[in-house]
Design a protein. Structure first.
Length: 389
């Protein structure tokens, strides 16, 4: 994920220019995440009621930025298309701030009622969490006392997503502008530790590490979680929990907005990968074409080199044939001028044989047959005649 650098002074001015919730959405951060950044760099934030006073024409005091010994550069995610609230509105998607949670299941979504029927008689695990039977259409991991509340929260999420023009399928999976996003609700489980003073010799043996017994139990606090392919690293908030100040019922709008932001971010990353893949394809094609052109040039070069080498051999053979004919003529002239000289040669046969050897060398004349042209195996070192021009 790309990032940008911002100075402490710039972030301070940004925080005091608009509500932090808007800034967090623009940069794909959670409210808590942006608050932690401000605390880390000692950047004061507008107190509760500040923006309400501004809205009604008031002039509330602005807390000055305290001096620090060393100014730091702060790293924030780059703004991406579809992250900001305005971008959601431009796409015809506006996450509601408040979502109604039904009080019963009479008007609940079909998937919610199916899940209720499947989970009604489900067994619980060692942590007292319901074990969803095979075929359960929603991801619900809560204790029996919280089942009703969890299902009604999921119902509000589903109706809100569908109300924004998107689709919901069993899972549940939401399809938001072609991007599939899953979600689930679960109850947090806490671990309780109890010191064991004495070993109980009655009953079955229980191993207790460091003489501490650990048990896990539901807390009664719920959490909504966004599920998507972890190949995509969005850097966005994925979990919304019950807190001391706000219950999940009050945060459903934020959760749905988070799903839409996640889908937008994933779609943006998919587009980036598509563009990168297209670039790689064109680059690979260019390299392949370049390699093909280079191979063709090398082939033509080899052919041309072979022709030149053959030309030089032909010229050398032609010169040898010319010299050999000159020698034959010299022998004939010598024998004709010196008839008294005795030789062991039959001059006529020799001249005919020698002329054939000259013709075998000469690339401009047909090569007469010779035993030297026959392949007698690896021991044969004879020189074959030319093939002609």
């Amino acid at each position: 994920m790309s990032t940008r650098t911002i100075s402490r002074q710039d972030l301070y001015e940004l925080v005091w220019s608009q509500p932090m919730v808007h800034i967090a959405r623009e940069y794909g951060l959670s409210d808590v995440g942006l608050t932690k950044i401000c605390r880390k760099y000692d950047i004061p934030r507008p107190p509760r009621g500040y923006w309400a006073k501004k809205h009604h024409g008031g002039c509330p005091d602005q807390i000055p930025l305290p001096d620090v010994e060393r100014e730091a550069q702060i790293l924030l995610p780059e703004k991406l298309p579809g992250d900001a609230e305005g971008s959601l509105e431009d796409q015809g998607i506006q996450a509601p701030l408040q979502v109604e949670v039904l009080s019963d299941f009479r008007k609940a979504h079909d998937l919610v009622r199916q899940a209720r029927d499947r989970l009604h008689g489900a067994e619980v695990d060692d942590n007292k969490i319901l074990v969803p039977p095979t075929g359960t259409v929603l991801r619900v991991s809560v204790s029996k006392p919280l089942l009703r509340r969890a299902l009604l929260i999921l119902d509000a999420v589903i109706r809100s997503v569908e109300g924004a023009g998107h689709t919901i399928a069993s899972g549940p999976w939401a399809t938001i502008d072609g991007i599939t996003i899953g979600f689930e609700i679960s109850e947090q489980v806490e671990t309780h530790r109890r010191s064991i003073e004495e070993c109980d010799l009655a009953g079955s043996y229980t191993f207790c590490h460091s003489r501490v017994e650990q048990t896990r139990a539901p807390t009664g606090r719920l959490a909504l979680r966004i599920i998507f392919n972890r190949h995509w690293r969005t850097g966005l908030q994925q979990v919304w929990r019950d807190t001391q100040k706000r219950q999940l019922e009050e945060r459903i709008g934020d959760f749905v907005a988070g799903m839409i932001r996640t889908a937008n971010r994933v779609r943006h990353q998919q587009e980036q990968e598509r563009v990168a893949a297209e670039r790689r394809w064109h680059e690979n094609r260019r390299q392949a074409e370049e390699a093909q052109r280079r191979a063709e040039k090398q082939r033509i070069h080899r052919i041309e080199q072979a022709r030149v080498e053959q030309l030089m051999r032909d010229a050398s053979d032609w010169d040898a044939a010319r010299r050999l004919r000159g020698y034959i003529n010299a022998v004939q002239t010598y024998c004709a001028g010196n008839p008294h000289v005795e030789t062991n040669l039959d001059l006529g046969d020799w001249v005919e044989w020698a002329t054939r050897q000259a013709d075998r060398l000469d690339p401009s004349r047909p090569s007469p047959p010779s035993i030297l042209d026959e392949d007698l195996g690896p021991e044969s070192r004879s020189r074959q005649g030319h093939t002609g021009w």
